[in-house]
Design a binder for this molecule. Structure first.
Ligand code: 4AD
Length: 466
């Protein structure tokens, strides 16, 4: 046999067929001297393999060898698929393999810092197991992140990062189909792009520099260079001291910038079509992975509308006011009011995904275009999933003199961004765009409670390894 079968593809249809699989020995159990069970896991899917001593096929030594495999060792298994008469508990696949050959390809050390079975249980399963007096080690988040390579092996994590891969895939495919050009902007830049002090400063051959807080300035410069519509998937660095469930010091930005023909709503149209397409795709094509995530971290599928709700900031303030939450109409929403508004929107409009637009100018970055009809507001928006921000976007100021004025008003040292400002002196089209955080999109789509769960190797103020 040369063709390999994936453990996740082992179904009743393969009954009595000979198969070859590679996976890890998740658990082993001997039953007397003539039989051993090895649960083999591959990419989060598990199958029970039965090693029975049989003359000329499987020796007693082979049974002993199988029962003695250290957990997480890599094994190749040859055998025939069988369907047991009673349902199998504890594996994802409902068939077994009657083993004829078993090879250990690589041996794991005998004791591991994380037990994958324990690390895969839901909170409810942990409570039940502890209640039943089972010996169980609750695997906390720091331990998971310290031994991330082992932690990746849970079915939920296999699902999370495959979903993440599809989010990037749809983002790219959709934008390419809408005539966007993929670009790669520098991550070593001379000064802050979003304002504030949240930059990682560094020495660039004797010159002051920093890690890019976003591709903002360079994606706009690409528009000045006539690329028309651009996007980027790349790292973003923020030095802010935020110890929260949704802030990282390095995350992956999904950025878009485009010419605007008439109105900044054109940018919101792209957000709407792109994300509805993405959610539809994830629900249809990633159900196996969503189920794997939900088994460990139960969540309700995201409620969203075929045409994304757009709410004006002022309407949001009014809804909050009617619900007894007073906020400054020219200030920003805080985490609490964002959540509350998310609830109110869900009750009134039946969606957990919506766009809030026309934010007060005072709370937006210097490059944001004020509203033509009322400069206290701006042509800008944030997008929310389950009451938390995943995107911010806006039309940009493309008039250089005004841009200088706005930068100075926001306390930016204009000399650090002079080449950016000069880009608009050679003729620049009206334009706008947005930036989404990949980890937040996946976290909130899957209803997870911490961004560290959706970052491969998270970087936060306390962690730079592994
Ligand atoms: O709201 P932000 O800071 O906006 C920008 O960077 C603009 N240049 C975008 C634009 O085109 N106007 O960041 C955009 C998104 C946020 O909505 C959030 O999803 C994510 O990036 N984000 C973070 N994700 C993880 N950790 C952090 N510290 C984040 N800060 C922002």
């Amino acid at each position: 046999l040369k063709a390999w079968t994936q453990v996740g593809d082992l179904t009743h249809e393969l009954k009595e067929k000979e198969v070859l699989i590679r996976g890890r020995a998740q658990t082993t159990r001997a039953v007397g001297k003539n039989m051993a069970f090895v649960v083999v896991r591959e990419k989060g899917f598990t199958v029970q393999c039965v090693v029975t001593a049989r003359p000329d096929v499987v020796s007693k030594q082979m049974v002993k060898f199988a029962a003695g495999l250290s957990r997480e060792s890599i094994v190749d298994i040859h055998g025939v698929v069988s369907v047991p008469s009673i349902a199998i508990k504890g594996t994802t696949q409902q068939v077994e393999i009657q083993v004829s050959k078993l090879y250990c390809i690589d041996k794991a050390m005998p004791t591991l810092p994380i037990n994958i079975e324990d690390a895969s249980r839901s909170e409810k399963e942990i409570e039940e197991a502890l209640g039943a007096g089972e010996q169980l080690v609750r695997v906390n988040q720091d331990t998971r992140l310290n031994y991330r390579v082992l932690d990746f092996r849970t079915s939920a994590n296999q699902g999370i990062f495959r979903i993440q891969c599809q989010v990037c895939n749809i983002f790219r495919q959709f934008l390419l189909s809408e005539n966007f050009v993929e670009i790669h902007t520098p991550k070593l830049i001379a000064g802050s792009s979003e304002g504030g002090s949240a930059v990682f400063k560094l020495d660039y051959k004797g010159q002051a520099a920093c890690l890019a807080q976003s591709p903002q300035l360079h994606k706009q410069m690409a528009i000045c260079g006539d690329f028309g519509r651009v996007f980027e998937i790349g790292p973003v660095f923020r030095a802010e001291d935020s110890y929260t469930h949704r802030h990282l010091c390095e995350f992956t930005g999904l950025d878009v910038e485009m010419e605007i023909k008439q109105h900044y709503t054109e940018v919101m149209d792209i957000v709407d079509h792109l994300f509805v397409t993405m959610f539809d795709h994830l629900n249809k094509k990633c159900s196996k992975y969503l189920e794997a995530v939900g088994r460990q971290y139960p969540f309700e599928p995201l409620k969203y509308l075929p045409k994304t709700l757009r709410l004006r900031f002022e309407e949001g303030v009014q809804m909050l006011k009617e619900a007894g939450v007073e906020i400054d109409p020219y200030g920003d929403l805080n985490t609490e009011s964002e959540r509350k508004l998310g609830q109110l929107v869900l009750e009134k409009y039946g969606t957990e995904f919506y766009i809030l637009h026309r934010y007060p100018l005072a709370v937006r970055p210097f490059y944001t275009m004020p509203c033509y009809d009322d400069p206290k507001y701006s042509n800008s928006f944030d997008v929310f999933i389950r009451g938390e921000e995943i995107i911010s976007g806006a039309q940009r100021v493309h008039v250089p003199e005004f841009l200088v004025e706005r930068a100075q008003a926001c306390g930016i040292d204009v000399s650090t961004i002079s080449t950016y400002i000069d880009s608009f002196r050679y003729g620049a089209p009206p334009h706008g765009g947005f930036g989404a955080g990949l980890e937040r999109v996946v976290m909130l789509f899957c209803g997870l409670n911490n961004i560290r769960k959706t970052s491969l190797f998270p970087r936060d103020p306390l962690r730079i390894a592994p």
